[in-house]
Design a protein around this ligand. Structure first.
Ligand code: SAM
Length: 269
């Protein structure tokens, strides 16, 4: 079975980033056993594995767990309500929405991530039935991946919903712009996009300092440049609180604050 192991040294970027997929799964597993859980991901624990639980306990803070729970629920809601029949999960990691959602009708789900991450997930979940047409496309999202998506059957003329969850912060600014341009070129009007970003100040956030590369304080402007009209919410605000944050996040106009943004966007006509 393909492996996605933790880095043995802190600076091993190429190992750390794929391993974050297991850390996200560990946090979803923890959420799934809570009485007041915001979602139930029955596959997260097996995908995470013991090493990821240990890393989460060792390195992450309580607020990280709250953020991942809220982020997952926020984007679960977006995907459960979509009318689009094409779902593209960029950097899907160990996301199990293809497996755990009751997809109705002919829904095509395309997952793109590093080949070893998708192979690891496919191997562990090989006996699970899905009720969608499921395409796992191993690729490097900083190289050209668009052809692979088109060859798998994705139709740019039909509305789609894109999810880019937990990715942009690991890319350089130039890579972010190239990716957003590709997503925009492949999206017809009324397509939807779910995406999360961090502020520039958050590049200093431990333990991700050095791994986080891209922060942005004005997601609306960034996405508007690529033809998307956005609704931007900070975790903790109304619509992205779910009873998990007692304090509200600082208002947007306060500069130099570590913050995250959850975004739902629509492709403009
Ligand atoms: N979206 C998933 C989630 O929320 O659980 C995974 C998020 S995880 C923090 C980051 C993911 O981005 C990892 O699965 C990693 O393999 C993927 N990733 C980062 N850079 C990538 C690249 N250049 N090409 C493909 N996948 C990439």
């Amino acid at each position: 079975m393909s492996e996605i192991n933790p880095p043995s040294v802190a600076s091993d970027y190429s190992k750390f980033v794929p391993f974050t997929a297991r850390m996200m799964a560990a946090m979803r597993a923890r959420e799934s056993i809570k009485e007041d859980r915001l979602f139930d991901d029955p596959f997260a624990a097996i995908l995470a594995g013991e090493e990821a639980f240990q890393r989460v306990d060792l390195q992450l803070k309580k607020q990280d767990q709250a953020y991942i729970a809220v982020r997952t629920r926020f984007f679960d809601d977006l995907l459960s309500l979509t009318q689009a029949r094409q779902v593209v999960l960029l950097a899907s990691g160990l996301d199990t929405r293809a497996y755990r959602f009751p997809w109705i009708g002919e829904v095509e789900i395309y997952e793109l991530d590093h080949p070893e991450v998708l192979a690891y997930k496919a191997a562990l979940l090989k006996n699970i039935n899905v009720c969608c047409k499921h395409h796992l496309l191993g690729c490097d999202l900083t190289q050209s991946w668009e052809e692979k998506l088109l060859k798998a059957g994705y139709c740019p003329e039909s509305p789609s919903v894109w999810l880019i969850e937990g990715l942009l912060m690991y890319l350089s600014e130039a890579q972010v712009h190239t990716l957003l341009k590709s997503v925009s070129d492949l999206s017809t009007y009324d397509s939807e996009l779910g995406i999360d970003l961090i502020s520039v100040k958050s590049l200093e956030y431990e333990p991700y300092k050095g791994y986080f590369r891209f922060g942005c304080d004005t997601p609306e402007e960034l996405l508007s440049h690529y033809g998307w009209q956005s609704l931007v919410i900070q975790p903790g605000d109304e619509g992205a609180n779910f009873g998990r944050y007692i304090e509200l996040p600082p208002p947007r106009e306060v500069p130099n604050v570590m913050r995250a943004f959850l975004v739902k966007a629509k492709k403009k006509r």
